[in-house]
Ligand binder design. Sequence first.
Ligand code: ZN
Length: 202
Amino acid sequence: MARVVGGERGGRVLLNEGFRYHHNRTARDKIYWKCWRPHCRAGLQTNVFDRQGDHNQAVLVLGASPHIHGEEGEFLDYSETLNRMRLQIRGDPTLPIRAVYDREVVGADARGVENVPAFHSVRSTLNRTRMQQIPPIPANFEEVLIEGVWATTQRESRFLLEQDNFWQYVMFATDQALREHDAQPSTLMGLSSHARDPTISF
Ligand SMILES: [Zn+2]
C-alpha cells in the first residue's frame, strides 16, 4: 500500500512497494510522483488526496513505471524510524530526545537494530522537531509567560503555584506535594510575598 511520510515540509514523500517518490505535480484527478533518485525516470500516479493530512489515509496507486535500481529497503526503515521518533516528540515535547531514541533502539529488536539510524545522525532533526513544539526562549524575565499545558501537570492538574516576574521567581508544586509537606498554598503564598520584603530573611 502506498503511503505518505513526513519530510521537513510534510506530505512530500510517498512510499510504495519499497520505493520512495517525491511529489512532482498535482492535476485535477491525479497526483504525479517521481522516483527520488535523480537518474531514475520511474514515476507513479495516485488519486488526489490531502498530502498534509493524516499519514494513515489510504492512497490509491493508479499507475507505475519500472525503476532502474532495486528497492530502498534500509533507507525506508531509516525514514520510518525517524518519522516514528518525530511523532513521539510532537506528542510530548517534554521527552528528552535521547530517551525517545533509546526507546526506539530497545523496541527495534524484532525489526533489526542495524536499521536504526545512529543518534548523531538524527539528533539535529529531532531537536528541530522539539523546538517547533515548545515556546521560544524569552529574551528576559519580563517576557516569561507560563500558561496552558506548561502550567499544569501531565494529568492537567495545577502545577504552577506562583510566578513573579519582578522578583524573578517561579514556584511549582502539585497539590499532592503540598499535602505531603503539610503546606497550604496560602502558606506558601505568604512566604513568597514575604520574599518581596528584603528585610525578612529565611
Ligand atoms: Zn527509481
